[in-house]
Design a protein around this ligand. Structure first.
Ligand code: SAM
Length: 279
């Protein structure tokens, strides 16, 4: 048994530190350490990686990541009430857990991490999508992270892995799938959390590709995709009119039907249109 296994059960940690869940911070805790170890295993081989964890809360997933062998974990938590509980974990595995108290949207984790870096988190719903979009749209590619293993509401995960021709297909699917391999790793019912949320959750695993699947300028691609899906019920020729006066000719030139809707266009088609607009 390692010192991490000797730590008290999470229910006890929550009681000792009076960590009643706060809705405003998106707090739905995972208290089953078998489950958090299972999620940590979805993150891949951890022993040669630093892991960035956002929102460790009382530390269930943190304990999973450490017991699955993460070289180091940087845990960023906004709720100061959780810090003493996390310090107990840090004391059980000296030099392997660094705790940063603060808002994940404001801190720069890179100053604290050494590559290769993986990100794993049961994300607070109020900042989760914003963080994901930031991680998917860095100024340079490849990004600072090798993989993302993230718990979201099931509906968000479905939007990340969505294929063309489905309702869930949109900006998030394209941003994610253009430069990463995305798959659903696990599904979790509301009862896995304390308190249980209203909806089901899922873990998505994204692996950064060394380069984009199809060439395109990231800014142009984002502009095209935003315009196309902002008016997803409109035909492409109308939704994209603002991008170029001769958009209909350009759509035809890259093999897209001007009368199709954004939902029908595969990733490759959006990339081809972005290249055409730049070229
Ligand atoms: N990882 C824990 C678990 O699985 O039980 C807690 C997950 S809970 C869904 C989300 C956590 O994110 C909470 O601990 C909450 O305090 C924290 N949090 C919320 N907003 C945050 C922010 N902007 N920056 C960092 N942590 C935040």
């Amino acid at each position: 048994m390692s010192a991490i296994d000797d730590l008290p059960p999470l229910r006890e940690v929550i009681a000792t530190h009076q960590l009643s869940a706060r809705k405003s911070l998106g707090q739905n805790f995972l208290l089953d350490l078998n489950l958090t170890a299972k999620i940590a295993r979805q993150a891949g081989k951890l022993d040669e990686c630093d892991v960035l964890e956002i929102g460790p809360g009382p530390g269930g997933l943190t304990r999973g990541l450490l017991s699955e062998g993460a070289r180091r974990v940087l845990a960023v938590e906004k709720d100061s009430r959780c810090i003493p509980a996390l310090q107990e974990i840090a004391a059980a595995c000296p030099g392997r857990l660094e705790i940063l108290e603060g808002d994940a949207l404001e801190i720069d984790p890179l100053a604290h991490l050494t590559p290769p870096i993986r990100i794993a988190a049961n994300l607070p719903y109020n900042v989760g999508t914003e963080l994901l979009i930031r991680w998917l749209t860095p100024p340079e590619w490849p990004p600072f992270w090798q993989s993302l293993t993230l718990m979201f509401q099931r509906e968000v995960v479905e939007r990340i892995v969505a294929r063309p021709g489905t309702k869930a297909y949109g900006r998030l699917a394209i941003l994610a799938q253009w430069r990463a391999e995305a798959r659903i790793a696990m599904s979790l019912p509301p009862g896995a959390f304390t308190p249980p949320p209203k909806v089901s959750s899922a873990v998505v695993h994204l692996t950064a590709l060394p380069e984009p699947r199809y060439p395109a300028n990231a800014k142009t691609l984002e502009r095209v995709v935003a315009a196309a899906f902002n008016q997803r019920r409109k035909m492409l020729r109308a939704a994209l009119r603002g991008l170029a006066p001769d958009i209909e000719d350009r759509l035809i030139a890259v093999g897209l039907r001007p009368t199709d809707r954004a939902e029908q266009v595969p990733l490759e088609g959006f990339c081809a249109l972005a290249r055409n607009l730049d070229g």
